[in-house]
Design a protein around this ligand. Structure first.
Ligand code: NAD
Length: 249
């Protein structure tokens, strides 16, 4: 018996990086997974084997989110887990240079879009009386210096939303937690790795944390799979750093 046998999971940002690794991890543990991302071709390329569905959706658009959640319920009849993971990064520029368009874009996806996914999925879970949501925040939401202003603020917002939603939903059988990844090599951070490799400074990337290496998407997926599973049945409202000790120092 696998941990996710009979369960239905949604993963956002599933076409790349941490989301893709999470979709594959949950599928390998028996879940029927709905992969959500912006682009159908990328979703098709990222999909795992087994019983799954793909649904293109811009999570910053509430009508699209509502339709995506309805499509999952129409296909599978329930939602047991949400890996609320899609996100965008912004340039690390001083606050004096930040444009309002950039603030709207980053908060619109990372915080408001994530909140809309949480809202519509939680409605289904409340109706079932069970479910688990894992939001992808970041160490950037815990400490300064790890991301651009809007990115860091959005991730701090995700951590607080995780606590408030956990309080809203705990009495109705729904748990809400967050993971806070450190530096992970994905599409989002490729420019960091490309720059470091070109400059012969790749080793320096790992020196930012106590384990002296950067992380792999699969290591975040493992933490998400734990928090969304029955193994974490008494954990809610928590934000778990998965960062090789970055926030410990
Ligand atoms: P990634 O760029 O590889 O994947 C992010 C995915 O989200 C992409 O496929 C993208 O198309 C999708 N996406 C973006 N905007 C969307 C929208 N409006 N609607 C639907 N999908 C959208 O990046 P990743 O590193 O795998 O990032 C996953 C999450 O992890 C993000 O929330 C990111 O902020 C967070 N995170 C990443 C790192 C890291 O070092 N890579 C560290 C901390 C947190």
């Amino acid at each position: 018996m696998k941990r996710y046998d009979g369960k239905v999971a949604i993963v956002t940002g599933a076409a790349s990086g941490i989301g893709r690794a999470t979709a594959h991890r949950l599928a390998s543990e028996g879940a029927r997974v709905c992969l959500i991302d912006l682009d159908q071709d990328a979703l098709t390329a990222a999909a795992p084997g087994g019983d799954h569905m793909t649904h293109p959706c811009n999570i910053a658009d509430e009508a699209q989110v509502e339709a995506a959640v309805a499509a999952v319920v129409a296909r599978y009849g329930r939602i047991d887990a949400l890996a609320n993971n899609a996100g965008v990064i912004c340039d690390k520029e001083p606050i004096t240079s930040n444009s309002i368009e950039m603030w709207h874009k980053v908060l619109g996806v990372n915080l408001i879009g994530l909140a809309m996914m949480l809202k519509h999925t939680a409605r289904v879970m409340v109706g079932q009386g069970s479910g688990a949501i894992v939001n992808t925040a970041s160490v950037a939401g815990i400490r300064s210096g790890a991301g651009g202003n809007a990115y860091s603020a959005s991730k701090a917002g995700v951590i607080n939303l995780t606590m408030t939603a956990a309080c809203d939903l705990g009495g109705q059988g729904v748990r809400v937690n967050a993971v806070c990844p450190g530096l992970i090599e994905t599409g989002m951070t490729r420019f960091v790795f490309d720059y470091a490799r070109d400059a012969g400074k790749e080793a320096k990337l790992g020196s930012r944390c106590e384990l002296r290496r950067y992380g792999r998407p699969e290591e975040i997926a493992a933490a998400i799979a734990f928090l969304a599973s029955e193994d974490a049945s008494y954990i809610t409202g928590q934000a778990l750093p998965v960062d090789g000790g970055n926030t410990a120092s």
